[in-house]
Write a protein that binds this ligand. Sequence first.
Ligand SMILES: C[S@@+](CC[C@H](N)C(=O)[O-])C[C@H]1O[C@@H](n2cnc3c(N)ncnc32)[C@H](O)[C@@H]1O
Ligand code: SF4
Length: 344
Amino acid sequence: MILTELRQRLRALGALPLHEGRVLRQWAQGRPLIDGARRWHDDFFPQRVREDLPQLTRDLAALATLKSRHPAQDGSARLLVGLQDGQSIESVLLPRDGLCVSSQVGCAVGCQFCMTGREGLVRQVSSAEIIAQVALARAMRPVKKVVFMGMGEPAHNLDQVMEAIEVLGLHGNIGHKNLVFSTVGDPRVFERLPQGPVKPALALSLHTSKRALREQLLPRAPKLAPEELVDAGERYARATGYPIQYQWTLLDGVNDGEDEIDGIVRLLKGKYALLNMIPYNTIPGLAFRRPDWDKAKAIARTLHQRGVLTKLRDSAGQDIDGGCGQLRARAERPVRLVPRAAAG
Ligand SMILES: C[S@@+](CC[C@H](N)C(=O)[O-])C[C@H]1O[C@@H](n2cnc3c(N)ncnc32)[C@H](O)[C@@H]1O
Ligand code: SF4
């Protein structure tokens, strides 16, 4: 189901926009459509909508179902989520009421260090399936922040992701700056996001200050130079009033040298931005190496001293194969990884 179908279904049963809004609100907030105790729906919905609510509840729940849950020591939990056609995706319950959702099954960008990128794009995740991930998580615990950092490149599924963001921001009780659109950067994102009624915060996956290396590491990302990406990011940050979060997957011996530190300072000093450095999460069979934590700490400290607000983070759930896409890979097929040469 896509949201248009849900809307058409409700309208055909005589629902008005206020009834539609109520259904979206209850669903996106993880609350029941039918509240047995209070029975508010008896007076509120037209009769035919009321009669459809039990089936609608089942249909919405079937959009995203829990296949397995993998709690980690840091308070996060990785969820393997089943979709109606038998595909599976990952969502992650993050510490402090965050949720990481997937926007695609697989991904066409093919970043060399990312498990999801290894299988290419399998299919898009619909707006309804994105909201269903939030509803599923909310059945387990509160969700106050939703980050699009799971499987997939949201810029390659822009209409559906923007529709989900709109529902979550207008009906789902998530603060707009607590919706985080994470992307490798795409001109369509900078054009379309400022026009939406809900403007999410933006995370840009930068990873290197060198154009040629970026093209190697992110082979099918739009060929924007790091400077162009940062210029576009800065305009979005100034327009929305929220800083850009630059993402940097730290790869030992690839993008952790003095030259990159100079490059980061040149690109980001004085910008309305925060740099998140995330040491590479090891994927068996890949030739990349995770840098030593003390080395990563030293890089973050140096950047801070040189005027770039830097946070060193670990991806959630290191002890449970925290790398996005690894759970799905294991569930879908036996691990079959061909080593690739490390770039750089
Ligand atoms: C999985 S992507 C999804 C969102 C979007 N496609 C993007 O690249 O920003 C979210 C973040 O995970 C990071 N990531 C992917 N593979 C990783 C790995 N093995 N270790 C650490 N971070 C990784 C990416 O670099 C990106 O910043
Ligand atoms: S890091 Fe993001 S863009 Fe790159 S392959 Fe993974 S999901 Fe796709």
